[in-house]
Design a protein around this ligand. Structure first.
Ligand SMILES: [Zn+2]
Length: 288
C-alpha cells in the first residue's frame, strides 16, 4: 500500500514536470510570434514600421523634414538597426525622410521599384543608400524578404508602372500565422485590378489603404477581395489634397471596415499574436 502511494506520487510529479515544460515551450513560441505594426504619424505622407522578434522593417519615411521624427520613433522603440527598408515609390511624401533614416541607423537591405526619377529628394535617397554601402534590391511581385518570424512577400508592382509614379508602388504582404497585413503604398486601382486578375490571395486583416484614402485607390471589388477588419489611413490633418476622400470613406463604412486614421489617432500600434490583433493609439510618438 505504501509502495503504491509512493509510485502514484512519483507519477504525479513526472506529469507536473512535463506539463510545466510544455507551458514554457508554449510561452516562448507565443513571444516569438508577437508582431507589432506601427502607422507612424508623419503628417501628410507614409511611414509604416513592422517589428518582430527578429526583424525591423520600415516601409517609407514620410516627407523631407519628417526623417528626424521617424528616427526618434524608431529609437523610442529600441531600434538601432533596420533589417529591411522599403521605399515604395519615389514620391517625396514616402522617401523624403529616408536619407535621414539611412544616415542615423544601420540598414541591412533596401528595396525599391526599378523606376527612374530625377528630383533632388530622390537623388538624396539614392546617395544615402550608396553611402550606407548597400545596393538596392528591386521591389516587384514575387520577391520575398527573408525573415525568421513572419512571411514577407512583395506582391506588386506586377508589371512595369506608367508615368504615374504611384503605379510603381511596392505592395507588401506580411503574414504572422493567422494574421495578415497588406501595405499598399500609393498603389492605384490599376494595381488592384492586376492583383485581382492574377488571382492572388489578397485577403488581409489590416489593409494600409493606398494613396492616403484618395479615390484613385481602394476600389470596391478590391476592398471586398481583401475583406479586412481594419483599414489604416496615413494622412495629414487638413491636407490640401482633401485626403481621405468621401467615396473611399463611404466604401469602407459600407463594407463594415473599422477606420484607423493617423490624423485623428496619431501613431497607431497594432499588436498581432498570430491569432488576434489589438489596436491602440501611441500619442507619445508624435511629430516635433
Ligand atoms: Zn503618397
Amino acid at each position: 500500500m505504501k509502495w503504491a502511494s509512493t509510485i502514484l506520487l512519483l507519477l504525479g510529479l513526472i506529469v507536473i514536470f512535463y506539463m510545466t515544460r510544455e507551458d514554457e515551450a508554449q510561452r516562448t513560441d507565443d513571444t516569438r510570434s508577437e508582431v507589432t505594426v506601427y502607422g507612424f504619424d508623419v503628417g501628410q505622407g507614409d511611414s509604416t514600421f513592422i517589428q518582430t522578434k527578429t526583424d525591423a522593417i520600415l516601409i517609407d519615411g514620410g516627407n523631407n523634414g519628417k526623417g528626424d521624427d521617424v528616427v526618434r520613433y524608431l529609437r523610442a522603440l529600441g531600434v538601432t538597426r533596420l533589417t529591411a527598408l522599403i521605399a515604395t515609390h519615389p514620391d517625396a511624401d514616402h522617401i523624403g525622410g529616408l536619407d535621414t533614416v539611412l544616415e542615423e541607423l544601420d540598414v541591412e537591405r533596401v528595396y525599391a521599384p526599378r523606376v527612374n526619377h530625377t528630383t533632388e529628394t530622390y537623388r538624396d535617397f539614392l546617395l544615402a543608400v550608396k553611402e550606407e554601402g548597400v545596393t538596392i534590391k528591386t521591389a516587384k511581385a514575387g520577391v520575398t524578404i527573408p525573415s525568421e518570424s513572419v512571411e514577407l512577400e512583395i506582391i506588386a508592382p506586377v508589371t512595369d508602372g506608367t508615368s504615374d509614379l504611384n503605379s510603381w508602388s511596392a505592395v507588401l504582404r506580411m503574414t504572422n500565422k493567422d494574421n495578415t497585413f497588406l501595405f499598399m503604398g500609393d498603389a492605384p486601382i490599376r494595381t488592384e485590378q492586376q492583383l485581382l486578375k492574377a488571382g492572388l490571395d489578397v485577403k488581409a486583416d489590416v489593409l494600409k489603404i493606398g494613396h492616403h484614402g484618395a479615390d484613385t485607390s481602394s476600389s470596391i471589388p478590391f476592398l471586398q477581395a481583401v475583406h479586412p477588419t481594419r483599414a489604416l489611413i496615413s494622412v495629414g490633418e487638413g491636407n490640401s489634397y482633401r485626403h481621405p476622400r468621401p467615396t473611399v470613406m463611404n466604401a469602407l463604412a459600407a463594407e463594415g471596415i473599422t477606420i484607423d486614421r493617423t490624423d485623428r489617432m496619431g501613431t497607431i500600434e497594432y499588436t498581432s499574436d498570430g491569432t488576434a490583433i489589438t489596436v491602440k493609439s501611441r500619442k507619445d510618438l508624435r511629430p516635433n
